[in-house]
Design a protein around this ligand. Structure first.
Ligand code: UP5
Ligand code: MG
Length: 190
């Protein structure tokens, strides 16, 4: 695994924009390894690790966990992966996250997908998810949306300027949305 340069895709979009749902389809169709930054952080909470309590407080407030914590979790997963094709879901969420990743991992993404979804649709989806997430309540959702706009949109603009951004209209059925995602990956398969 470590002999081959990883092929990295960042999957970005607001809360409930459908990142996780589309990642499952990308994995099925194009054989990537899926790393959800949020899932890695929730695993730290569930396992009661040294950072667990801090991560729980941060997620409840819809804020961003310190970059070095998240990047180390991602790094462990990349280094132990047999698959060099990596989907990183929900990261980087800020310019600070992005810079920490580049510094620690020493790589840049090949593709950045942005699931562009209206706020009211994202709120509706998150509120009807019912999976017991501590951040799926209206107060925290409002905070997550504000943090997304203030800190994640600059990252999206950065990759747009670098010509790496693929914006997907995230309204429609799961399959309709995936039909916009598919050609992005097809164009990278040779
Ligand atoms: N759904 C999906 N697609 C649909 C469609 N086309 N039509 C109708 N419904 C659709 O989808 C959300 C819901 O909508 C589901 O019920 C789904 O069935 C339905 P999902 O695919 O789960 O959307 P996703 O974009 O993955 O939403 P999620 O809530 O996971 O996004 P967030 O970005 O908010 O959550 P994440 O887990 O990435 O982060 C959570 C928190 O962790 C952050 O707020 C932050 O506090 C922390 N965090 C960090 O600090 N740093 C990180 O790097 C990452 C996370
Ligand atoms: Mg998700």
């Amino acid at each position: 695994s470590k002999e081959r340069t990883p092929f990295i895709t960042f999957v970005l979009g607001g809360p409930g924009s459908g990142k996780g749902t589309q990642c499952i389809k990308i994995v099925e169709t194009f054989g990537f390894k899926h790393l959800s930054a949020g899932d890695l952080l929730r695993r730290e909470i569930a396992c009661n690790t040294a950072d667990g309590a801090m991560i729980l407080d941060t997620i409840k407030e819809g804020k961003i966990v310190p970059s070095e914590v998240t990047v180390k979790l991602i790094q462990k997963e990349i280094e132990s992966s047999d698959n060099h094709k990596i989907l990183i879901d929900g990261f980087p969420r800020s310019e600070e996250n992005r810079i920490a990743f580049e510094k620690i991992i020493g790589a840049e993404p090949n593709i950045v997908l942005f699931f562009d979804c209206p706020e009211e649709e994202m709120v509706k989806r998150v509120l009807s998810r019912n999976q017991g997430r501590v951040d799926d309540n209206i107060d925290t959702i409002r905070k997550r949306l504000k943090v997304f706009e203030a800190l994640n949109l600059p990252v999206i603009n950065y990759y747009s300027q670098r010509g790496k951004l693929y914006t997907i209209n995230a309204v429609g059925t799961v399959d309709e949305i995936f039909e916009q995602v598919r050609p992005v990956f097809n164009s990278f398969e040779s």
